[in-house]
Design a protein around this ligand. Sequence first.
Ligand code: SF4
Ligand code: SF4
Length: 412
Amino acid sequence: MGRKAGVKASARGASDAAAPRVAPDPRATPAPAPTREQRLERQAYALGFDLVGFVRLGPAETAAHFDDWIANGRHADMQYMARDAELRHDTRRPHPGAVSAIVVTMDYGGRQPRGPVARYARGDDYHDVMKERLQALHAWLSADVGAAIDGRAYVDTAPILERDLARRAGLGWFGKNTNLINPTRGSYFFIGSLFVAMELVASTPFEGDKCGGCTRCLKACPTGAFVAPKVLDATQCISYLTIENRAAIPEPLRERVGEWLYGCDICQDVCPYNRKFSLPLTELRFAPRPVVDGMDARSLARRLLGMSVAEYTESFRGSPMKRAKFSGLRRNAAVVLGNVGLVDDAPALIAALRDESSLVRGHAAWALGRLGSSLAATALRERLVDEPDPDVRDEISSALRARDELPDSISK
Ligand code: SF4
Ligand code: SF4
C-alpha cells in the first residue's frame, strides 16, 4: 500500500472556516474520494471528538523520562503507575497486532466558571464517555472496511503514555505544567486512543515547544509541586492529595489546598493558551451534575460532611469524583472548611468528629482548631476523652494547642 507523507492532525470545525458558497462547475474535475483517514476524522468529529491525529505504534519517546520520574518517587503511592514498564516502553505491546492508533481529544469546557471541583470532574466519568465513543468509532471503521478490524480503545487505563502518542499524532506539545497543550485549543481536554491492526497514514508530529519563556504555571502552583519545568512531584500536588491519596493530607500542605475539594485547575487556568483558546462546554455528559453545580466551596463541603452513604452513592453514580471515595471526599471537605469555613460551619465539623472514618475525624479536628470558636474548642475537648484512635487524638491535641495560641479577641 502506497504511503503518503504525514497528514496534519486536525480539529473539528477547522476546515469549515467561512468558505464562500459558489455553485459547482459541471465541467470541473470531480473531487478525489476522501481517504480512509479523512473519513475517520469526519466520523470522529461526528461522535463528538474535537482533535484527531494518527500515529504508527512503536517505541514511546518519553518512556525514559517517565521511568526517571517513577525512580525518583514523584508518583507518590500510585503504584499502578510503576507497573508494566515494559508495556509502556513500546506502544505495540499493550495490544499485540495493533500497528496504528487514532488519537482523539474531547474538550471538557475550560470556560466553565471556577469552582471547588476541577472542571474535568463535574460531570460524567470521561473514561466511560470516551470509551463508548471510541468503541463506536471502532465499529464504524470495521463497517467502512467491510471486515472486522482488530483493535482496542484506551482512555487513561492502560500502561500507555497517551500524551506521548498525542504529541506524535500532531495534537500538541508538553507544556511546563506537564499537560499536552494544543496551540488553538489549550489543554482542557481528555485524550483517548483507538489502537487498530491496520495501517493508517501517520500525522505530522508536533515539533517544538510553544511555552517559550513563560513560567506562569510554575509560579502559580500553590504547593510548589513543580520541581522543574515539565516535572511534577505528585506528593505535593493538590490533585493527587485530594484524589488519589488515601491517607491524611500532610498537615503543612492542608492550608495550601485552599478551597479545592477535588482536584485543582490552577496551573491550567493561568496558561495563556487556555486563557485565549479554552471553549465553553458543549458535551452535555460533562455538564456539572446537580450535587456540584453552582456550589461554592463551603456549601459543598458542608453538604458532603452531612451526606449519608446512600445519598453519596446516588449523587455520584458515574462520576469521576468517586475516585476519591466517600471518606476521601469528606476528608477534603473538612480541610476546605478549615481553610475557608466560618463559625457557622462548626456544627458540620463537630458532627464529623463522630464520623466512622478516622481519616475524616482527624481532619475535622484540624479544621475545628482553625475555626477558633468556643463551641469548637468544647467539642474537641469532649472528643479527646473518648476518641479511640491515637492518630486522631494527636490531631485533636494539636488542634486544641493551635486554638490556645489564638488571641482571645478572635475566640468566641
Ligand atoms: Fe500545582 Fe494545582 Fe497544578 Fe497540582 S494541579 S501542579 S497543585 S497548580
Ligand atoms: Fe507553558 Fe506558560 Fe502554559 Fe506553563 S503557563 S504550560 S509555561 S505556556
